[in-house]
Design a protein. Structure first.
Ligand code: A2P
Ligand code: 11C
Length: 332
């Protein structure tokens, strides 16, 4: 069987990655519809050597669509996803709009694939930072329950969209040319800086991004006892998010056991040879679908606690690849 697929937000950073992933994985597509704002209507994009014209995202553009991949911002998902569902499509939504809706499954195929089949038309793709962390936490969780997680993220500029990534490149050019640095997408200059502020702040002092890691982890593992305390930080890298994770488990897990569990987990590889300066880094992880874990060690400050470093391409595994993998669950 082949499916009629629509991509809402096809011109964005994740949208472009959707096209690459669908092509690389040879997803069975009958017809492809590329949707974006009115500004982009008529723009041409290439898929498998064929040129497609971008159309405006509207309520009645989903006729005959089987699978609609949304990554055009939460507002667009809230407005247009119900129209896609009404037209008979299954929506896989990359925004945060529906993630905590109890009627909407939130899925990472390596973590909770069975949840995908309980959908009512919409399946939510988790936040990229949560996905990368969960791919690594799942094999540990299957061995021992997890009490709590302390995580600091090092998030690439492309997580905030294609224009935000360009802002870093532009600031580098402006700096080299001795020009004024233009700040637009981030609260501060990102070049030569780190900004402990991803998404907006909430009343408890955490940002929305940090609370996504708390809430989405509980939802996907179906475990309200897991508490995730995150500090999400934007760093001047282009692609791939990195995370320093400290996890306290109910049962002790030795470093050797953790390495074995990580190595056997789907979607995850271990690069952990610090003596030879081998550990995962965003510069080398970007462009792939695997998450990499390294710096695995026993925490010296707390009992039953492991500390490690995990890196994953957030536009691919953190967004587009994960969404296409969800679609593939239905193709199988
Ligand atoms: P457009 O390029 O026409 O603005 P990113 O996350 O990289 O910033 O991309 C956002 C994506 O969402 C783009 O494809 C963008 O299209 C799309 N988008 C933004 N606003 C709208 C809108 N009002 N209607 C439809 N698509 C939108
Ligand atoms: C970032 N994680 O890096 C964000 C982008 O909830 O889907 C994705 C936000 C989300 O800025």
């Amino acid at each position: 069987a082949a499916y009629n697929v629509a991509i809402a937000g096809a011109t964005g950073a994740v949208g472009e990655t959707f096209l690459n992933i669908l092509e690389e994985r040879n997803f069975p597509i009958a017809e492809l519809k590329l949707l974006a704002s009115k500004r982009s209507a008529g723009k041409e994009l290439t898929f498998k050597g064929k040129t497609y014209k971008v159309e405006e995202l509207t309520h009645d553009c989903f006729e005959g669509v089987d699978i609609a991949l949304f990554s055009a911002g939460g507002g667009r998902s809230l407005e247009f996803a119900p129209s896609a569902v009404k037209a008979g499509a299954v929506v896989i939504d990359n925004s945060s709009a529906f993630r905590m809706d109890p009627k909407v499954p939130l899925v990472v195929p390596e973590v909770n694939p069975e949840d995908a089949f309980k959908h009512n038309g919409i399946i939510a793709n988790p936040n990229c930072t949560t996905i990368v962390m969960l791919v690594a936490l799942k094999p540990l969780y299957d061995y021992s329950k997890i009490k709590n997680v302390i995580v600091s993220s090092y998030q690439s500029t492309s997580g905030a969209g294609a224009q935000a990534m360009e802002e870093l490149e532009n600031q580098a050019r402006q700096w080299v040319n001795g020009e004024d640095i233009v700040v637009d997408k981030f609260a501060h200059q990102i070049l030569f800086n780190v900004i402990p502020h991803v998404d907006s702040f909430t009343e408890n002092g955490y940002t929305k991004e940090e609370m996504k890691m708390f809430n989405e982890t509980q939802k996907m593992l179906h475990d309200k006892d897991i508490k995730v305390s995150a500090t999400c930080v934007r760093v001047p890298t282009l692609s791939a998010h990195s995370e320093a994770v400290t996890v306290e488990t109910v049962e002790p897990i030795s470093v050797e056991k953790a390495r074995e569990l990580f190595a056997a987990a789907p979607g995850l590889e271990v690069i952990d040879d610090p003596a030879n300066a081998k550990y995962p880094m965003p510069l080398f992880v970007a462009g792939g679908d695997t998450c990499y874990v390294g710096r695995i060690r026993k925490d010296i400050a707390r009992e039953n606690t492991l500390t490690f470093w995990v890196v994953g391409d957030q536009l691919r595994k953190g967004a587009a690849t994960n969404a296409v993998q969800i679609a593939e669950l239905f193709v199988q």
